[in-house]
Design a protein around this ligand. Structure first.
Ligand code: FPP
Length: 234
């Protein structure tokens, strides 16, 4: 959800106004995804590297997140949205963590859309946590070195119950992955738009989906092989 700061600057506002407008965009996109039948939506809300931002900005972002979690509980329940997180949420302030846990518990039986907030998330840090878990299982004799495969690693990640992303949308025109889902994104389709996150409306989302619909996803195979496998529907 990149570009909140630049959106604000371009309008002569403080950065924080961009974040605040950004949380309205979050609400609109979540509702839209629910309507479209999207099953999993992951929002990169706060990266591991974002802890390096000025203390004032971090604390305002945390306050916005807490406010969002409280104010949108009804919306999450009415739309049958289940909230989950990936990332090292132990680093979040205790009150934000508590609000997160309460919202997760409240929404845990909702089925229609899984909304995953990446918070204090870094792909490398997630991999380090996974490798430590696997190392411990090896030391405890619970797994065998020879049997380690990609499923072993996928199951040790924060995303263990979440499928790999089909489409990754990056707003604000930056061409980099910024430590987002490095393991899971190998065959994701990327869509990069110059629109800043606060201006990312449901129709911008539809534009991304339309573009995604034109892609031929081959997963390393030939186009003919994929057509045969999927009956032309990919
Ligand atoms: C990146 O824009 C955005 C963030 C670091 C924070 C995203 C947070 C929200 C949208 C609001 C709170 C979250 C939720 C889930 C309600 P940037 O500040 O890096 O923008 P810039 O690159 O233009 O400076």
């Amino acid at each position: 959800m990149d570009g909140n700061g630049r959106w604000a600057r371009s309008k002569g506002f403080r950065r924080i106004t961009g974040h605040s407008k950004g949380s309205i965009a979050v609400r609109n996109i979540v509702t839209h995804c629910r309507k479209l039948g999207v099953k999993f939506l992951t929002l990169y809300a706060f990266s591991e590297e974002n802890w390096k931002r000025p203390r004032h900005e971090i604390s305002i972002l945390m306050r916005l997140l807490k406010r969002f979690l409280i104010s949108e509980r009804t919306l999450l329940m009415e739309n049958d949205v289940c909230l989950e997180t990936i990332g090292d949420i132990d680093k979040l302030p205790p009150d934000v963590r508590k609000t997160l846990e309460d919202t997760k518990t409240l929404t845990k039986n909702n089925q229609t859309l899984k909304l995953i907030l990446a918070l204090s998330y870094g792909g490398r840090e997630e991999l380090i946590r996974a490798f430590k878990k696997i190392g411990q299982n090896l030391l405890d004799g619970e797994i065998d070195l020879q049997n380690i495969d990609d499923t072993t690693i996928s199951n040790a990640l924060d995303t263990q119950n979440i499928p790999d992303p089909d489409l990754i949308i990056r707003t604000s025109g930056e061409f980099r992955t910024s430590n987002f889902l490095p393991w899971q994104s190998i065959y994701a389709e990327w869509y990069i738009t110059s629109v800043f996150w606060p201006d990312f409306t449901p129709s911008e989302f539809d534009r991304a989906l339309q573009n995604y619909g034109t892609r031929e996803r081959r997963f390393g195979m030939t186009g003919d092989q994929i057509k045969k496998k999927t009956g032309g529907a990919f």
